[in-house]
Design a binder for this molecule. Sequence first.
Ligand SMILES: Cc1cc2nc3c(=O)[nH]c(=O)nc-3n(C[C@H](O)[C@H](O)[C@H](O)COP(=O)(O)OP(=O)(O)OC[C@H]3O[C@@H](n4cnc5c(N)ncnc54)[C@H](O)[C@@H]3O)c2cc1C
Length: 423
Amino acid sequence: MVGGGIAGLLAARVLTETCDDVVVLERDRLSGEPEYRAGVPQGRHTHGLLVRGGELLEELFPGLRDELVREGAVLADAGDMQILNPLGWLAKTHLGMPLLSLSRPLLETRIRRRITAEVRDGVHVTGLSVRDGVVDGVLTRDGRVAADLVVDASGRSSKLPAWLAEAGVTAPEPEVVDSGTGYATRIYRAPADFPVVYAESLSAPDLPRGVAAMRVEGDRIMVTAQGANGDHPPRDLDGYQGFLDSLRVPISRLLADAEPLTPVYLFARTASRRNAFEEVADWPGGLVALGDAVCAFNPVYGQGITVAAMEALLLRRHNDFSARGCRAFQREVARTAKGPWAMSSNADRSWSEPRRGGLLGWYLKKWQAGIVHDPDLFRRFVRVVHMVASPASLFTPVVFRRLAKYSRQGRRPGRRPAGPTPR
Ligand SMILES: Cc1cc2nc3c(=O)[nH]c(=O)nc-3n(C[C@H](O)[C@H](O)[C@H](O)COP(=O)(O)OP(=O)(O)OC[C@H]3O[C@@H](n4cnc5c(N)ncnc54)[C@H](O)[C@@H]3O)c2cc1C
């Protein structure tokens, strides 16, 4: 396993069911405690775990949810989030869908403790070892590690296309959709009445600014300011505060007396990037890839961990790692990422092509009104966003009829809404 991030750990968990020796090679030095580390710079920013992702993690690690709650993670209901969209506050309603709110380092360390694979830290993989067209291990800064199967799970910064090229295999140029989004995150001691999830969503083309604030373990609030289309929140404290003040949600007021616990951290490499590895005709045997190394999503949609878990579970059904078998696996990975990719990249293309929306764009605008006014539409929408229902469920006659009511409702964007008052 190249990379001990979440995709690598989950794939290792699945492979230990059938393989004798599963070894995770991670370039960072790891401690047993939740810590920020260089190889996962996104760990300093909010990580929403979708309901489906939470279910899959529980399937892979029974009892994990309770363990995380004992460690301070906050358990809420997915319908309980307080979110402002361009037309108003979403129609909050109890959905009976458990939502876990926690930091990325806590999630990762607890998963790492649970796997039985060997984790070798401080090992930097530099390339593939290939013999007779078959991958038989990896090259590292210190030598070579032999393997019957190499899994690339090295994330957004994966060098797999270059490593394949060194072996004479050409992968297509990745498809990139860039909304120009920047993140800036600061952590605060949580005020007693702060909601579990409090957010203002970005919306092309008029509302490039938003925020996602989540209650996490240790009685803290992670506040991630988000700016699309190059309108990035700044690192300096006055600039960061000014960005929060400029939002429609009154988050500045909610945090007025909250004690800041960290400086502001930035992250701006948020472009969605998809490698069509399934199209590589001479893909070698002994090699598969998953997680962000194949398809990295704009993080504002919170899809990455859930898709990584779905892809790790594909490995369970797979035992042919010949060139043909590995290609078949990459086709399944591509199919798994296809829906989430369509959802996030279609929305993001509106930043660079505001007129492109067409029929789908018109339909999504109707949804923005529907989920503000109609708890049933809100429920259907949350189930799709959290990947527990298919996007097809948003296109049924019942839904069309309900949505028709909302054609002209809702406020114009840009004004600060009146409520609800956060609990
Ligand atoms: C700012 C930001 C916010 C995000 N927010 C969310 C969210 O809200 N919800 C969500 O589900 N997802 C979110 N994601 C995505 C999520 O972090 C990933 O999709 C998920 O962790 C799976 O990634 P991965 O394991 O493939 O890669 P990563 O988590 O990036 O892990 C890759 C690992 O590989 C190691 N590595 C890299 N190169 C080498 C090498 N050559 N040799 C050895 N080791 C190597 C790295 O050190 C790292 O540990 C966010 C991402 C970003 C950037």
